[in-house]
Design a binder for this molecule. Sequence first.
Ligand SMILES: [Zn+2]
Length: 378
Amino acid sequence: MQFKKVIGNSALKQRLIAQVSENRISHAQLFEEREGSGAIALALAYAQYVNCLQRSASDSCGTCSSCLKFEKLQHPDLHFIFPTATTKEITKNPSSAQFFQQWTEALKSNPYLSLNAWVEALGTENKQVIINTRDSQDIIQKLSLRSYEALRKIILIWLPEKMNGDSANKLLKTLEEPDENTLLLLITQDIDALLPTILSRVQLIKVPKPSEAEIAEGLTERYHFSATAAAAASLLCEGDVNRALELANGNEDEDFYISNFQNWMRYCYTANVMDIAAWVDAVATIGRERQKNIAEYGLRFFRECLVRNYGSGLNMLHEKEAPFLEKFSPFIHGGNIVLLTEAFEELHQQISRNANPKITFMNLSLNVSKMLKLKAEF
Ligand SMILES: [Zn+2]
């Protein structure tokens, strides 16, 4: 993640950059935020900047071999510790390492990840997530390894306040014996719950809430929301970027879904792989809520097509939908409606489970192309 992709907080970004250019990087830094301010995104941008091979005075390059691995969250020297809980699959001694894939998927889909969203992605029924002793043992082990290739090995600990006592004491030991090739980045939302002995060994970085204007700009430029949806959301979100994203999703104009879906179906019908790939690339950036809304919109539209075909004449449609419905509905019939419905329900579930949106939408597009060619059965 580059600094320019993190919403707001430009003064803090400058301070973090100055630490690097003046070569006074503290080995352990505690980012304190109120949920939704973007501390994980900032910490990731900072870690990437520290390790970038061609950094400028304002940002990491985003293209060097180190940046490319950081962007994918798959650098061998980037380690994460975060709260976990038992699940159906992992029934005892859960640790961050076992949930690495869910974690990186969740973070890639939303670098402003909230605790609630993480608990949901974990798929646990146990809401009491904690950082277990085993995680602290892992930190110690990771610290003992030499870095593979990074200038500085990064250990990012999300919500250290969720450590159990044993775990916190072990962490303390690692903070007492700093290693100049390692950078420990801790992100807290409840500083009062941390041991004073931990606080005395870290440099505190307060992450302010981004301003209303910064959030509005972030929503339009980073997430491609309409200016009206972004303005209303930024006004009501109280500085919480997650809340802003939710509100903007709720405010998003119906036109957005109408035109996206119509284009998609045209590309599937003509089976033009270049057009489909470009559409998939764009839709991969709009966030999971709007991706799910496209799936829901599709399910509704297919039903409208059937209603029209069977002549009940009671379509409740937006005026922008009628001409497309006229042309498209003959291709929706008894021969494919069950397949299409199942495929779009599956799409909704896969997106909810943080599946890779590019792969999911691409596979579905190719299947839809075939389904639209099936013979009508009435
Ligand atoms: Zn770079």
